[in-house]
Design a protein around this ligand. Structure first.
Ligand SMILES: Nc1ncnc2c1ncn2[C@@H]1O[C@H](COP(=O)(O)OP(=O)(O)O)[C@@H](O)[C@H]1O
Ligand SMILES: [Mg+2]
Length: 254
């Protein structure tokens, strides 16, 4: 479970202060998913980093399974924008690296790495370097790295944005399969309405400019089989676009 209570994040430098996230409160239940959607610069990455424990000082509370967030105590799977793969490391080492950073005892467990590689169809690619992979394969390596950690929570920043539409849908399904298996509470950032609808049990809309939540939607279509091809998916997409458009227009006018 992820509990965010009245979170405010202010970036401070000698010259200025900028509040990127303001009074955000939200809860992701055990094994739930939440899609975070909002215009560029509204604070999505900042919110994710705060939940990951990567921002040293903030106001409010972030709790993971009842304890304040602390990357030393909890295992946090964090997938940054653009995968964060190290170009000078092989696929295998990139996947194992998450464990090394965490100093996890699972480091010794080569079977965990092999198992995740198998689930993601990465067998035979362990010796390659990231530049020798397609975009979809790089995405799989990034997923393998976070899932191999067996994380307490999973945070993904625009995970599938760099992929073409067909590969993106394929990777969304790959993600769902792993997520069902590991039952990990997940927050992901997206700017695709359809991605939010397909992967988010809960959809949280962040306002333009203000860094606060404008809408929370409990997504009735989450988990519905073959939902992408259905009329109700299309209709809900239109509705969500309407809500987002209205919200962002209001934000720019005020
Ligand atoms: N390290 C930082 N120092 C100062 N301001 C920052 C820093 N990181 C982000 N910001 C500012 O905070 C706001 C939100 O940024 P970010 O969370 O990256 O937005 P998003 O991911 O929604 O595009 C932006 O205006 C950005 O310029
Ligand atoms: Mg961002």
């Amino acid at each position: 479970m992820i509990e965010i209570n009245d979170l405010t994040v202010t970036y401070k430098s000698d010259k200025e202060q900028y509040t990127a996230i303001k009074n955000v409160t939200m809860t992701i239940p055990d094994g739930g998913t939440c899609a975070l959607i909002g215009p560029s610069g509204c604070g999505k990455s900042t919110l994710l980093k705060a939940v990951a424990g990567l921002i040293p000082s903030f106001e409010g509370n972030v709790e993971i399974n009842g304890a304040p967030v602390n990357p030393k105590e909890q295992t946090i799977g964090f997938m940054p924008q653009n995968y964060g793969l190290l170009p000078w490391r092989t696929v295998y080492d990139n996947i194992a690296l998450g464990m090394k950073i965490k100093k996890s005892p699972a480091l010794l467990d080569k079977n965990t790495i092999k198992g995740v590689m198998h689930q993601l169809g990465l067998e035979g690619l362990g010796h390659r370097y990231p530049k020798e992979l397609s975009g979809g394969q790089q995405q799989r390596v990034a997923l393998a790295r976070v899932f191999a950690l067996k994380p307490d929570i999973l945070l993904m920043d625009e995970p599938f944005s760099a992929l073409d539409a067909i590969t993106r849908e394929e990777m969304q399904d790959v993600f769902l399969k792993l997520w069902r298996k590991f039952e990990v509470s997940t927050i992901f950032v997206t700017h695709y309405v359809e991605e939010a609808l397909y992967l988010g049990q809960k959809i949280v809309i962040l306002s333009a400019g203000s860094g606060s939540i404008s809408n929370v939607i409990d997504n009735p279509l989450f988990g519905v089989e073959n939902v992408r091809g259905q009329e109700k998916f299309f209709q809900m997409g239109l509705k969500l676009r309407e809500i987002i458009k209205k919200d962002w227009e209001q934000a720019w006018e005020s």
